[in-house]
Design a protein around this ligand. Structure first.
Ligand SMILES: *Cc1c(COP(=O)(O)O)cnc(C)c1O
Length: 374
């Protein structure tokens, strides 16, 4: 059975991913593979399964809504959609929301909103930053290996070293629509910028009249111990984009913008985005995160303390360690010892477990990871 689906995959599925393991079941911070082996999951679908796998309140929301209405189109008012927008406005402190189906699409929407409201064309973003793989979001994603084969992309973007405010000031001008920034770089390997960085980006954007677009696709929804990572810095962005942890694995993305920044009639749209199932699932997810958010910071500290011998860096339950070339081997050894971890870019081991991970699971994972690091 297990081998069969590997054969089918090789024959019928485009080989864009490299993978070995098949995961067939999950509960809380645990998953099981097709051979019945159990793992503590410190990957969480890449920071997606925020409330853990198959949280009962999330399952109940999906099943309940599926029996009422699965889809109806944005031609009509959609159950749960305005309620979710209200919640996102509340937790971001911004003004209005708009939905998408993924993080990349949320960033595409932010790009369109920035262009249409500023009347400007170009963007700035940061080296090693990741904002998605659509033809829009790819233009502000740095990694040449994933961007350059698809050029020309229609959006002009200049990349600046992450943390380099002088470099940013030199490229942001009266033709810049917006600056895309991750508050902590996720795909790059959990790279934390200097404390005053976001405040500096805010000032540079204000001076030039450019919009500050904070990509919270990975850092948002409680991951760092606050609803959004920008909230550690005291600045307010013009636009925030959200996706991964928003609905515990059900696909949905969102952008939330400050007062005065909104799409007008026919300027943007999507067939599926903000549908009844996605919004019900996101609302249930937010309800669960509201209860566990106060625990995220100290759970992260417990993790970091356990890994202290290997110089971890992180905020809340977003933790990275420079491991170098042996990262894939460490990942493999951890899996053999029942803990899933993931190698982000440049030999950085990344831990982004479900926010519901227990003390006992953290301690077990720490033991396995330390042993694998040797
Ligand atoms: C994952 C990610 C994206 C892209 O999200 P998709 O849902 O894969 O399109 C964008 N920005 C950041 C910071 C991400 O981590």
């Amino acid at each position: 059975m297990a081998e069969d689906s590997r054969v089918l995959d090789a024959r019928y599925y485009m080989p864009a991913f490299s993978r070995t393991m098949k995961i067939v079941r999950g509960a809380g911070s645990r998953v099981w593979d097709d051979r019945g082996r159990e793992y503590i999951d410190c990957v969480a679908g890449i920071a997606v399964c925020s409330t853990g796998h198959c949280h009962p309140k999330v399952v109940e929301a999906i099943c309940g809504q599926a029996k009422e209405l699965i889809h109806c189109s944005n031609l009509y008012y959609i159950p749960n959609q305005a309620e979710l927008a209200e919640k996102l406005v509340g937790i971001t402190g911004l003004s209005k929301a708009f939905f998408s189906n993924s993080g990349a699409e949320a960033n595409d929407g932010a790009m369109k909103l920035a262009r249409v409201r500023t009347g400007r064309k170009k963007f700035a973003a940061f080296a090693h930053g990741f904002h998605g793989r659509t033809c829009g979001s790819l233009a502000v994603t740095h990694k040449p290996a994933i961007r350059e084969p698809f050029e020309p992309l229609s959006t002009p973007c200049t990349f600046v070293d992450y943390g380099d405010l002088d470099g940013l000031a030199a490229v942001v001008d009266k033709d810049t629509a917006g600056v895309f920034v991750e508050p902590i770089q996720g795909e790059a390997g959990v790279i934390i910028p200097p404390d005053e960085f976001l405040r500096g980006v805010r000032e540079i954007c204000d001076d030039a009249g450019a919009l500050m677009i904070v990509d919270e696709v990975q850092t948002g929804m409680g991951r760092t111990g606050k609803w959004f990572a920008f909230q550690h810095s005291g600045v307010t962005p013009d636009i925030v984009t959200i996706a991964k942890g928003l609905a515990s694995g059900f696909p949905i993305g969102a952008l939330v913008a400050r007062e005065g920044l909104e799409f007008k009639k026919s300027e943007h749209g999507s067939t599926f985005a903000g549908g009844p199932l996605a919004c019900a699932t996101a609302l249930a997810t937010i309800g669960v995160i509201e209860e566990i958010l106060p625990d995220v910071a100290w759970k992260g500290e417990r993790f970091m303390k356990g890994l202290a011998a290997h110089n971890p860096r992180g905020r809340g339950l977003m933790i990275g360690m420079s491991v170098g070339d042996r990262c894939p081997e460490v990942q493999q050894t951890c899996a053999e010892n029942a803990v899933l971890v993931n190698c982000a870019a440049d030999g950085n081991l990344r831990l982004i477990p479900p926010l519901v991970i227990t003390d006992e699971e953290i301690d077990t994972a720490v033991g396995v990871i330390n042993a694998a690091l040797g």
